[in-house]
Design a protein around this ligand. Structure first.
Ligand code: PHE
Length: 503
């Protein structure tokens, strides 16, 4: 019998007594696993071997798990420090214990959240006690880290393995393992003698030029062979969700606004009837820029009307703020803290000329705030800005628009709470329920623009408007709990590769 050379090699390396994995065969004959798989299927088709499949898990330590394996679990280190500080006798103030524990940044939280759970002691009113019966040398999770590192994950207690997984200290990958076994027919064939044919895997220009292609035997193309996973580039889930938001809003009859990230305070604050001494205008909230220190070409007549609104108010009963108002402040330049600056540019006629009702506009753009970074705050995020201009608008129109918008993302339980904005009255905050934690989280802010905003802009009908957080929408649709899972160094690459935005 004649067989292609690789099939013969696999047949000879495999056994009739027990299955041999493709990986073992590959290293035995020095071929790639996908080549061996291809040859094995071909042998199966000839009746010379059988291919069996089983699911297998590859368990490995994450970077964090590896670090704790080397340095000790944070809660174990905390326990040792607590005992060293005498907390097995009487509770010791937390600060004192932490001082001796050598825990870095997030490790403190990790230590505290696992300490009591694992019976190392208790934390009460800022003091730590240590259970003298606890044995830090026999920590089941620490032992499990060693076991995983040594390839012994299969023998782990399932509960311990679960908790390592939940803590993100180990990760599990499912794989299909194929094994090959020689059939009786295969054994007979080998006994009778098999020689190798010269099967060619690839057609080359030389073969074509010399005409050799006419005489060679080509290896079969095997579409069932395992192939390497190739992770190509893909649109980031946040960007993909932004695109989907745009599609939804365009579907609801909105047009898109565009405008500068760096803008005059005039468009960001003054046009919105925010007094120049308003707390939100201090540098806590917004990033002021040194250069360019001023932006040119603010429309002079509009500037004048806005200044009058601030000083004297609007309408017969108007009362301005009578607070200091200077043009130089209005000309100051910031990274926009909200995209309501774009709404002002459009409503004033500055962006696309005078607009007559009805009109609907939106943007899904980045804004910048000098917040403290935490699980729900970033220094920059995407705001879904929007407004509707019409003759008669009410709170029902506002609520109906959000109900319609969010229902397109499968969110049917948006809640509203009265709120205060310097530029809208009435105003409402929007809330949604986190699908995993059940926590009610803020997802947006809205209202009907005040006459003090609209009149100077030259708008004499109603305008309802909002700013919704794109990242929060993503939290509701995908259930992640920390904004940093999506942005920056903590974002899990597999999450980014695998998450889909469903249309
Ligand atoms: N600018 C507001 C914010 O950033 C959102 C908003 C826009 C509220 C328009 C009302 C009207 O939170």
């Amino acid at each position: 019998m004649e067989l292609p050379q690789r099939e013969l090699a696999v047949l000879e390396a495999a056994s009739a007594d027990e299955p041999t994995t493709v990986a073992d065969l590959a290293s035995a004959i020095g071929e790639k696993p996908e080549t061996v798989t291809g040859a094995a299927f071909a042998l199966e088709e000839r009746g010379l071997a059988t291919v069996s499949e089983s699911a297998s898990e590859a368990v490995g330590l994450t970077e964090e798990g590896e670090r704790y394996r080397e340095r000790g679990l944070p809660e174990v280190r905390l326990y040792r420090a607590a005992v060293a500080a005498g907390a097995d006798d009487a509770p010791v103030p937390m600060g004192e214990v932490l001082g001796g524990a050598d825990l870095e940044g997030p490790e403190v939280d990790v230590a505290l959240s696992n300490y009591a759970r694992k019976g190392y002691g208790a934390i009460d009113a800022g003091a730590l006690s240590a259970d003298s019966d606890a044995d830090p040398d026999r920590d089941a999770e620490a032992d499990a880290l060693d076991a995983v590192a040594a390839g012994g994950a299969a023998e782990l207690d399932p509960a311990v393995r679960d908790s390592l997984e939940r803590r993100g200290l180990c990760s599990v990958q499912e794989r299909t393992v194929r094994s090959v076994r020689v059939t009786d027919a295969g054994t007979d064939a080998l006994a009778a003698g098999v020689s190798a044919t010269e099967a060619v895997g690839q057609l080359t220009p030389e073969m074509l030029a010399t005409g050799e292609w006419r005489d060679v035997e080509f290896a079969d193309y095997n579409v069932a062979a395992d192939a390497e996973t190739v992770d190509g580039g893909k649109t980031h889930v946040l960007r993909a969700t932004a695109e989907r938001v745009k599609d939804v809003l365009v579907g609801m009859g909105f047009e898109e606004m565009a405008g500068p990230h760096v803008d005059a305070e005039f468009w960001i604050n003054d046009a919105l009837f925010m007094p120049q001494d308003h707390p939100a205008r201090t540098h806590w909230d917004q990033f002021a820029l040194a250069a360019p220190s001023e932006i040119e070409a603010l429309p002079a007549d509009l500037l004048e009307r806005v200044e009058a609104a601030h000083r004297e108010g609007v309408g017969p009963d108007g009362e301005g703020y009578h607070s200091p108002w200077t043009e130089s402040v209005a000309r100051g330049v910031d990274l926009r803290g909200h995209t309501t600056s774009l709404s002002m540019r459009y409503l004033s006629g500055e962006a696309v000329g005078e607009l007559d009702p009805p009109q609907r506009y939106f943007s899904v753009e980045k804004v910048y705030r000098n917040d403290t970074l935490d699980a729900t705050h970033l220094l920059e995020f995407f705001q879904i800005e929007g407004w509707v201009m019409a003759e008669d608008l009410s709170v029902r129109d506002l609520m109906g628009t959000f109900t319609e918008f969010y229902s397109q993302f499968g969110i049917h339980d948006v809640r509203f709470k009265p709120h205060y904005n310097p530029y809208t009255e009435p105003s409402f905050e929007l809330f949604g329920t986190h699908p995993r934690t059940g926590e009610v989280i803020e997802i947006g802010n809205s209202g009907l623009f005040r006459p003090e905003v609209l009149e100077p802009l030259g708008v004499d009908c109603d305008v309802m408007a909002w700013g919704l957080a794109l990242e929060r929408l993503l939290m509701l649709t995908h259930g992640f709990e920390d904004i940093r899972d999506v942005h920056g160094t903590l974002a899990d690459i597999d999450f980014l590769r695998e998450t889909e935005v469903v249309y």
